[in-house]
Structure formats: C-alpha cells, structure tokens
Write a protein that binds this ligand. Structure first.
Ligand code: MTE
Length: 313
C-alpha cells in the first residue's frame, strides 16, 4: 500500500496551475515505483509498519475504466449507466446526519466534517463480488479521524452508513420495479471502521471524486468486496447491533455482512477463487488468483481471529 499526502486544493481543482494537475500518464508511469515499494516491503501508516498490499504485477487501472465501469444502482444497473447519468447529481451543498451512540450527533455540513483532516493517497486493490478487480489511486481521509469527531460512546459496536435518496436526480430510484429498498445501506464493525486501512474516499487519480464513483465521499475498506464501499453518504449512525446491509437484505444466502474477500468461500452462483483484473477481454481475460482479504491479510486477519469465515461471509 502506498500513502502520500494529498491536497484539498488540488482535489477541488482550486488555484492549481494546469501543469500541476497530475495527468493519468504520470500516474501510470509510477508502475515501477509501485513495484519498488513492494520490493522494499514496508510502508508506514500512522506509525504502524505495514507490508505493502500491492503485488509486483499490480498495475494501476486506467482512469477511464475506474470512472466508466461502475456499480451505482441509483443511476441504473448497467456498468456504463452511472457515468452516463450521474452528472445530474448535485453535491453542493451536502449535509450528513449523524445519530445513535455518540456524544456529537445532529446534522452537519460536509465541509465542516472534512475540515482539518488531510487527505492521503492510498493505492488499493479493489475487488468486486462479481469477480472483477482494479487497482485504484484513491485520495481519502482515515475513517477513524472522520468518525472520532462524533465521540462514539462505548455502546457503539457498529457504524451504519446510508446513501442519499433523491429520485429527482437518481433515475434508478424512480422505478417501481427496483428490487432495492432505498436508501442503499452498509455497515462496519467499529474495529473495522477504525482500522488504518479504512478510508472515506474524497478523490481519485488526484482529482475530486466523480459523481459516478460516489461524490462527495464514499467508503473504502480494501479487504472487503466492493459492495461494502457505499457511495454518496448522507447518514452515519452508531449502533449497538449489527446493521442490515442492502445486499444482505436482498439475498442473504449470497451476500453477508462481513464480505471479506475470500477465495475459499464461493458465491453460490460462481467461484471467488480467481478474478478478472480490468481491463479484461474475451481474448485477454487477465485472470489471476484472488488473495485472502484481497491481499491485506497481514494487516486485517487478526480482526477475525477465531471466527468461522465460511459462516460469517
Ligand atoms: N453504493 C451505492 N450507494 N449504490 C451502489 O449500487 N454499488 C457497490 C459499491 N457502492 C453501490 C455502492 C458495488 S456492488 C461496487 S462493486 C462498488 O460500489 C463500485 O464502485 P465503483 O463504481 O467506484 O467501482
């Protein structure tokens, strides 16, 4: 894993001469840098040494794929629907309701919640439960720093997140045929949320987060399947009990609460042993083995010590 400081002004596109905006090509030329970081084998995260989660053959997924091949059912179920439809979403102003087991609750302006937290660049592997994967340079805020602002009490064992409901701007929420009972809901155990790898994403490829990727902020815990990475968050609730999450409600036999990437536990309809690293085609499938915890086992496996991961999938 790579960590570097990012800048709010850059993410907002403010006061930055065009020459300083990192073009995709220069990100891509950092491939060698990624490999050498892996060879060195260590990074430093909040003072804790961590091994690099990236493999020597991990290459950044082109920006056009990260922002053009999406899952965001609020804008349609097709992979290109979010990129085509999400421009209608207005994200300024944006407010977030905080409730439950915390001392500071209420309605907060997004700007006030991110103030004072420095975004960091995290290059993470990203594995969808549908068995495709990417490597994405995200910019994000340590989730722990975001959540601690609300002073969760000792009763807070889980944190639940909800996405915006606004059918006037989210065409996928209009249909009566939609199987999803909006809003999209996700959750984490508090120790998962406080894990240093968990971030609230606010940008990618050094730019502000595109709407189709979950503007203005979305979750990312890279050892979990992509459906945990809830987008366009407007509600944060601290709970004593495990929250229900959207895909678990829809198909409990297929999608659990934990959703830790696990090549040994098949989805009932397909194997999770391998993945297609995008870009992938019929002739060049770019298939590779899936790693336990998506390659982050050294960092996160201890969170699940003693748990039967086939039962808590
Ligand atoms: N969040 C909301 N609100 N709605 C969604 O449909 N899809 C999830 C997740 N977050 C989804 C969501 C799934 S299944 C995946 S794989 C990732 O977003 C996709 O993120 P990406 O489009 O940035 O690649």
């Amino acid at each position: 894993m790579l960590i570097k400081r990012a800048s709010w002004a850059k993410l907002r596109g403010e006061d930055i001469p065009g020459s300083e905006i990192t073009p995709e090509s220069s990100y891509l030329s950092r491939r060698r840098f990624i490999s050498s970081a892996v060879v060195l084998g260590t990074g430093s995260l909040l003072g804790t040494p961590v091994s690099a989660g990236l493999q020597p053959d991990d290459e950044l997924t082109p920006e056009s794929i990260v922002t053009g091949y999406n899952n965001f059912y609020e804008f349609g179920t097709g992979k290109t629907d979010p990129a085509e439809n999400a421009h209608t979403l207005t994200t300024n102003p944006w407010s977030v309701k905080v409730s439950g087991e915390a001392k500071r609750t209420g309605e907060f302006a997004y700007e006030d919640l991110i103030k004072g937290i420095t975004p960091e660049e995290r290059v993470y592997r990203f594995r969808c439960v549908e068995a495709w994967s990417m490597v994405v340079p995200w910019q994000g805020l340590p989730l722990k720093a975001v959540l601690e602002q609300f002073e969760p009490t000792t009763k807070a064992k889980y944190v639940e997140f909800k996405t915006l409901v606004r059918p006037s701007e989210m065409p996928g929420q209009k249909g009566f045929f939609s199987a999803i009972d909006w809003p999209y809901v996700e959750g984490l155990r508090m120790d998962e949320a406080y894990h240093p790898l968990s971030i609230m994403v606010v940008g990618l490829y050094g730019k502000g987060l595109p709407n189709q990727n979950g503007a203005p902020w979305r979750l990312m815990s890279p050892w979990k399947y992509g459906f945990k990475a809830i987008k366009s968050i407007v509600s944060i609730r601290f709970t004593q009990r495990q929250p229900r999450n959207t895909w678990n409600i829809l198909a409990p036999d297929e999608y659990g609460f934990y959703a830790n990437v696990n090549p040994q536990v098949s989805h009932p309809r397909w194997s999770q042993a391998t993945e297609r690293r995008l870009p992938s085609s019929l002739f060049a499938p770019n298939r590779r083995p899936t790693l336990p915890f998506n390659g982050y086992a050294d960092e996160v496996a201890q969170l699940y010590k003693g748990m039967d991961l086939a039962k808590y999938y």
